[in-house]
Design a protein around this ligand. Structure first.
Ligand code: ATP
Ligand code: MG
Length: 164
């Protein structure tokens, strides 16, 4: 993790998911709340459900289903919904230079919301203000989803998503 994980979050929430559908529904709720400039970092081992959550977010943000791919070939996918959504996956990235070349940093605070899987792969990829969502295996189809908000807007977003 980058330096952000060592800061104290402004708000922290934990929620359990018992199925892929439940994670999708949680994502959908978040997608309805996203605004331009929001940044969501997704952490957790392979197969914990980061992309599944993003699929729900895209649905909630009004992105047509056929637009949502699993970002295995490109680092950054733009989706057109109620607002633009940018879905990045840093799992296979070589480092900062490659990320810079995608235009990733020009999207910060821009017209859309960013969702970034494997954010911890590139220390410089985390802005000061963000929502971190960490998924972990909890047996069979169960997952724990830990969300930590850093900054005023992310805290407001998290409170609206998972409760005050
Ligand atoms: N509660 C759950 N929440 C999310 N996914 C679940 C859950 N239970 C089972 N699954 C399954 O786990 C898998 C999660 O895959 P997904 O691609 O979303 O993981 P990921 O975290 O994005 O992995 P990667 O690091 O490879 O990108 C899917 O096959 C999904 O159906
Ligand atoms: Mg994924």
């Amino acid at each position: 993790m980058g330096p952000v994980s060592r800061r104290l979050p402004d708000l922290e929430r934990e929620v359990a998911s018992g199925s892929a559908e439940e994670t999708f529904a949680l994502g959908e709720r978040l997608g309805r709340l996203l605004a331009p400039g929001d940044f969501v970092g997704l952490l957790g081992e392979l197969g914990t459900g980061k992309t599944q959550l993003v699929r729900g977010v895209a649905e909630g943000a009004g992105v047509p289903r056929k637009e949502v791919a699993s970002p295995s070939f490109a680092i950054l996918y733009p989706y057109r919904g109620r607002i633009p959504l940018y879905h990045a996956d840093l799992y296979r990235i070589s480092g900062y230079d490659e990320l810079y070349a995608t235009g990733f940093f020009e999207l910060w605070g821009g017209d859309g919301a960013l969702l970034v899987e494997w954010l911890d792969r590139v220390p410089e990829a985390s802005p000061d203000s963000l929502l971190l969502v960490e998924l972990a295996f909890a047996g069979d189809d169960h997952r724990t989803i830990q969300a930590r908000a850093y900054g005023a807007r992310p805290a407001e977003l998290l409170a609206a998503w998972l409760g005050q």
